[in-house]
Design a protein around this ligand. Structure first.
Ligand SMILES: *[C@@H]1O[C@H](CO)[C@@H](O)[C@H](O)[C@H]1NC(C)=O
Ligand SMILES: *[C@@H]1O[C@H](CO)[C@@H](O)[C@H](O)[C@H]1NC(C)=O
Ligand SMILES: [Zn+2]
Length: 521
C-alpha cells in the first residue's frame, strides 16, 4: 500500500509550478500546493457575484447521493487490511478519500488555491481489556482512548487505593498508591493529568470513576511519558467500593489492557478561493476521516461531500470575501487535524478568519435539524450571529429546528478556544430522538438520530437524502451570505473573547468537557 502522501500526490502529477499569482505566506506544507492553473481558464472576475438562491439551486440530493456511493466504494478499498469498509486514518480508504477531494477540485485550480497540511496523528487501539474489583468483573469499566497497555500487556495486580480530592495534585496521591491501582474521582482536571500523576506516584493502573451515575467514555489525549493504563468506571459501579474503602476494607484488583498507541502521518486539505478579500475569509470545514468500525458515510462523509458540492457550485460565481474550505483529518482521534491547523496558525493568519462553520453529520437517518447554541456571552463574539443565520433560514423555509449544546464535540472547538467566532449545524449522533422531536421532524421517537453512529452500518443506506439536501442548501446559504459581505458581523480582534466579561471569558473552557466524541475531563 503506497503511503498517504504518494497517493495524494498521484492526483497532482504533471502540474506546473510556475507562479502566476502572488503566493501567500506559506502557512501550509508546500508539497501539494496547486498554485498554477493551466491557461486558458475562465476569468473569475467576469462571473456574476454569488447570490444565495442561485447557489442553493445548484445543490441536489441526487448529486450528493452519487458522491456517497462513490465514497462507499472508496471505503471498501480498506477491506483487505481491516476486514471491513473504513476510512480511518492510515487506511487506504482514508488516503483515497483525500485523493478524491483533490480530484473533485482538479478542474477548478483557476478558482481555488488547494493545499495540504501534513501532520502526525496519534492513533490508539485497544485489543482487549478487563478490570476485576474484589473478584467481580467491573462491567462498566472502559479503557480510556490512547491509554497505554498494562505492563508487558499482561494483567497487573494490586489493591484499589483511594486518591484524595479529585487527584489533580501530586499531594492527592498517598504513598500506598505505589505498586497498586489508583482510584480517582472524575472532575476538575483532564484524565490525562490524573493518569500522569498516578503514573508518577508509581501506580500500576488507574481507574477514574464518575461523579455522575453513568459510565465514563474518556480519552487521555496526547500521550505523555508517565501515562499508565487507565480505565473509566461508572459512578454507580464505584459506589460500593467507595463505601468499602471508607470502612477501611482492602479491595484487591486486577487490571488488564492490551493496547498500542502509534503515530500515523496524515493530512488536512484546504481550498481557498483566489478571488475575494484575502484578509477576510469565511471558513468552513468537515472531517475527511471515519472511525475504524465502519465506512463513515453519514459521519462525516455527509459533511465532506456537502463541502465538495458547495465548493464546485461556487466556481460559477465571483466572491467579495475569500472562502476557505477545510477537510480535517483525524477528527475521530480527538480533533487532531483542526487542532493542528489552529495551533500552527500565526496571529496574523488567525485574524483573517472572520468565522468558522462546522459541518459534521448532516444526513442522519432519524434526523433533527440541530443548530449549535453558540452565544456571544460564552463564545467569541459573532458566534451568535452565525447561530441566528441558521435559525432564520430554517424558519423562512417553514422548517423546525432545535438548539444543541456547543460543547466541544467537533472541529469548531479549537477555533472557539482561539478566539474565532464559530457555529454550525448537525442532524444528531447517538442521542435519542424525543417524542416532541418526532412531531417536529418526523422519524421515530425513542430511537437514536443515527443508529449506525460509529459502526459498520454507517453506509449509503444510513443517510436521509431529504435532510442532507436541505442542509447542504443551508451550507450554500452560509457561504453565499458571508462571501458577499460581513456587514454587521463583528470585526475580528486577536481574541474575540476579549469582549467578554472577565467571569465569562473562560466559561467555555471551564464547562466544556468534550474534545471530540470522547470526554477528556
Ligand atoms: C413543526 O413542528 C410542529 C410540532 O411541533 C409540527 O406540527 C409541524 O408539522 C412541524 N413542521 C414541519 C415542517 O415538519
Ligand atoms: C427522510 O426524511 C423525510 C422527512 O422526514 C421522510 O419523508 C423520508 O421518508 C425519509 N427518507 C428515508 C429514506 O428514510
Ligand atoms: Zn464526525
Amino acid at each position: 500500500m503506497p503511503g498517504l502522501k504518494s497517493i495524494a500526490l498521484n492526483g497532482l502529477v504533471g502540474m506546473s509550478v510556475v507562479s502566476a499569482i502572488a503566493v501567500q505566506k506559506p502557512i501550509y506544507h508546500p508539497d501539494l500546493d496547486v498554485d498554477v492553473p493551466y491557461p486558458p481558464y475562465p476569468d473569475v472576475n467576469l462571473l456574476p457575484l454569488v447570490e444565495t438562491e442561485a447557489l442553493q439551486d445548484k445543490i441536489t440530493g441526487n448529486k450528493l447521493l452519487r458522491r456517497a456511493k462513490h465514497l462507499f466504494n472508496i471505503a471498501k478499498r480498506s477491506e483487505a487490511e481491516y476486514g471491513r469498509p473504513t476510512r480511518v486514518i492510515g487506511s487506504v480508504g482514508h488516503a483515497s478519500t483525500i485523493a478524491y477531494i483533490y480530484a473533485s477540485l482538479q478542474s477548478f485550480k483557476h478558482y481555488y488555491k488547494i493545499s495540504s497540511q501534513p501532520f502526525n496523528a496519534v492513533n490508539g487501539k485497544v485489543y482487549e481489556s478487563r478490570l476485576v474489583l474484589d473478584n467481580d468483573v467491573a462491567e462498566s469499566a472502559s479503557p480510556m482512548g490512547l491509554t497505554p497497555p498494562t505492563k508487558d500487556k499482561q494483567p497487573v495486580y494490586g489493591n484499589l487505593i483511594a486518591v484524595a480530592n479529585n487527584g489533580c495534585d501530586a499531594e492527592d496521591y498517598p504513598k500506598e498508591v505505589s505498586g497498586n491501582i489508583a482510584f480517582i474521582k472524575r472532575g476538575d482536571c483532564a484524565f490525562s493529568t490524573k493518569s500522569e500523576l498516578a503514573g508518577k506516584a508509581g501506580a500500576v493502573a488507574a481507574v477514574v470513576y464518575n461523579y455522575e451515575s453513568g459510565p465514563v467514555a474518556g480519552t487521555l489525549g496526547t500521550p505523555v511519558p508517565n501515562h499508565i493504563a487507565t480505565f473509566g468506571l461508572s459512578g454507580s459501579d464505584a459506589q460500593k467500593y467507595l463505601e468499602q474503602l471508607a470502612d477501611g476494607e482492602t479491595i484487591p484488583a486486577t487490571a488488564y489492557i492490551d493496547s498500542v498507541v502509534d503515530i500515523v502521518e496524515t493530512l488536512n486539505v484546504i481550498a481557498q478561493t483566489r478571488g475575494g478579500d484575502q484578509d477576510n475569509c469565511v471558513m468552513l470545514g468537515g472531517h475527511s476521516d471515519s472511525v475504524e468500525a465502519g465506512p463513515g458515510i453519514n459521519d462525516d462523509g455527509s459533511g465532506t461531500l456537502s463541502l465538495i458540492e458547495v465548493a464546485v457550485a461556487l466556481t460559477n460565481f465571483k466572491v467579495n470575501n475569500c472562502v476557505r474550505f477545510a477537510w480535517w483529518s483525524a477528527e475521530e482521534e480527538g480533533l487532531l487535524g483542526s487542532d493542528h491547523y489552529i495551533d500552527t496558525l500565526s496571529a496574523e493568519e488567525n485574524k483573517k478568519i472572520r468565522l468558522f462553520m462546522d459541518y459534521d453529520m448532516l444526513a442522519s437517518p432519524n434526523f433533527a435539524y440541530q443548530v449549535y447554541d453558540a452565544r456571544d456571552n460564552v463564545n467569541p463574539v459573532g458566534s451568535q450571529a452565525l447561530r441566528d443565520l441558521y435559525v432564520d433560514w430554517y424558519t423562512e423555509h417553514g422548517l423546525n429546528y432545535t438548539f444543541i449544546p456547543f460543547d466541544g464535540r467537533s472541529d469548531y472547538d479549537g477555533f472557539i478556544r482561539h478566539g474565532i467566532p464559530a457555529g454550525g449545524i448537525a442532524t444528531g449522533a447517538e442521542g435519542i430522538k424525543t417524542a416532541s422531536e418526532a412531531d417536529a421532524f418526523g422519524g421515530e421517537a425513542g430511537v437514536p438520530y443515527d443508529v449506525c453512529y460509529h459502526s459498520l452500518c454507517d453506509n449509503i443506506q444510513n443517510v436521509n437524502v431529504t435532510a442532507w439536501e436541505i442542509n447542504t442548501k443551508l451550507v450554500a446559504h452560509s457561504v453565499a451570505k458571508y462571501a458577499v459581505s460581513f456587514e454587521g458581523f463583528p470585526e475580528r480582534t486577536l481574541n474575540n473573547n476579549i469582549n467578554l466579561a472577565v467571569d465569562n471569558k473562560n466559561s467555555y473552557e471551564k464547562t466544556t468537557k468534550h474534545h471530540g466524541s470522547k470526554l477528556f475531563i
